[in-house]
Each structure stands twice: as C-alpha cells, then as structure tokens.
Unconditional design. Structure first.
Length: 283
C-alpha cells in the first residue's frame, strides 16, 4: 500500500521575531517529533550541519528531505556524498540558474540526472521562482524536452508568477495539471494571485485554500497511478518566515505559522485519504 509522509520545513521553523528568541535545533526537532511529523526538510549542503541533524533525526525516528541549490553539474556531487553517507528520503534540487534558452538548461538537467543514477534515493527538481523553473510555460517546455524529469511541485510560485485570475481558467487548470502529472513530492503553502503565502485560517482566503487542496488531490491521484507498490509520497509543510509570511505593523507574523502548518497537514491528510477512495471507485 502507498502511504504519505508529512515533513516540516526547518526553514519554516525560523521565528525571525523582534521579541521571541530563535529555538535551538534540538528544540525544533523535538517539536516536530511530538507533533507527529515523519521528518524534516533541510539544506543538505554542509556536511557538518547534516551530520549534526542526522544524529538528532535518528534519535527521534525521523527522516529527511534534502535541499540543494546547484549552479553546475559538479556542485551536486558533494551534496550526493552527504546524502549517501547520512541518508534521506529524497533530494530536491532548486537549480540556481536562470537561462533564457531551453538549450542551455538541457546539459545541466541531463548531467544531474546522470549523477542521480549513481545513488539509491530519488532526486527531484523543484518548481520555484528565481530558479530554472521560475516560469510556468518555460517549465512545461522543459518537461517536453526532458521526459525523465521528475518534479517536486511547489505550485504556489506559478500562481503568483503568472498572477492567475479568479476564478481559475480552464486553461490554467490544464497547465497546473500537466505539472502535477510530473510531480513526485510536494511543498505545501497556499498562495493567492498577489501573495506567495496567505493565512489559511482567515475566512477570506478559504477559496484559495480550497483550490490548492483540489490541485493537491489531483496530484495525489496522479501519483498513485504512477507510483510503484509500497512507495511513499512526501508532502512538506512549508509556511515560511517573513518575508514569505505576511506581517503586521509591528513586524510580527499575523498568524501562528506552526498552528497553521498543523491545520494544513490535517486538511491535506483528508485529501490524501479521499484520493484513495476516488481511485478505488474508478477501478
């Protein structure tokens, strides 16, 4: 049976508060463990940091999603060494390059894919602003040119980047579905057409929360049809600190992001459970 794993972003655990001190890494890991998450999402580039984090995760029975931001093929190699030594669920790449031509992207993607064949964990390319995948149309063209490319979908960036009008047009739904059909993991936050991260507990944002849940449900059903028996799907709650989070006049978050992450996780869990029922009904 396929299952879903919920991860909490360590970047999203940062408070960046003018009044509250930052928590120590050990405290954050304990909070994440006690809240019932399966693992964390963390930067996997520094061997010293990864070694420390790995010890904490192992002691708490947690796993990890590794992140990296290579600009060349070779910059991925030390990250793969860290991941091989300490282990993780999957590695996601945010390609820190912004070519204007598809032909300039292909050698990088093919080089990273070749390196990925040498390790025993999956590698995904994240959809993200100010990266190779910053634009929706450009990303769709990349998917056509590189059929083996597997994505980690953070679709909030496309909603803002293309400033989707409301209601969402059928054309834009189709574009998002094409992306979701190539997604093998997800980062979770809710955007509007103007803002990358809105407060999901505010009633005026309910329509956007419902829309993202609908898209994720489509993505889950698509993944279930593609995944092998026993595979696990990772969903990371990634409600980031300011300037992702909207702040009030005093510079503090307008909501408790930790509580909203837990709220988001439960909403997504219901969508995941429903996606299994929908597939069984259509079998």
């Amino acid at each position: 049976m396929n299952t879903i794993l919920f991860f909490q972003s360590l970047w999203a655990m940062e408070l960046r508060s003018t009044t509250e001190p930052e928590r120590r890494l050990e405290e954050n890991i304990r909070m994440i463990k006690d809240a019932g998450y399966d693992g964390v999402s963390a930067d996997w580039r520094s061997r010293e940091y990864v070694r420390e984090l790995h010890g904490l995760l192992k002691a708490n029975g947690l796993t990890a999603e590794g992140q990296c931001f290579p600009r060349t093929i070779d910059e991925l190699k030390p990250v793969l060494e860290n991941a091989t030594e300490f282990g993780l669920h999957h590695l996601e790449i945010q390609p820190d390059v912004r070519p204007r031509r598809l032909d300039d992207c292909i050698p990088l993607l093919e080089g990273w894919l070749r390196l990925g064949e040498e390790v025993d964990f999956p590698i995904y390319i994240e959809t993200h602003r100010d990266r190779m995948t910053t634009d929706l149309f450009f990303t769709l063209d990349l998917l056509e040119r590189v059929p083996d490319l597997k994505l980690l979908g953070d679709i909030s960036h496309f909603v803002v980047g293309r400033e989707f009008s409301w209601p969402i047009t059928e054309e834009n739904h189709s574009y998002i579905h094409q992306v979701l059909d190539r997604c093998w993991a997800f980062h979770g936050r809710v955007a509007s057409r103007e803002q990358i991260q809105i407060e999901i507990s505010f009633p005026q944002h309910q329509m956007w929360l419902d829309q993202f849940l609908e898209w994720w449900g489509y993505g889950f059903r698509s993944w279930r049809r593609r995944a092998a028996e026993g595979e696990t799907l990772a969903f990371t709650c990634e409600l980031g600190p300011r300037p992702y989070a909207i702040t009030s006049r005093d510079g503090e978050d307008t909501t408790d992001r930790w509580s909203e992450a837990l709220m988001l996780r439960e909403c997504v869990r219901k969508v995941w459970d429903k996606s299994r029922g929908n597939l069984e009904d259509n079998a």
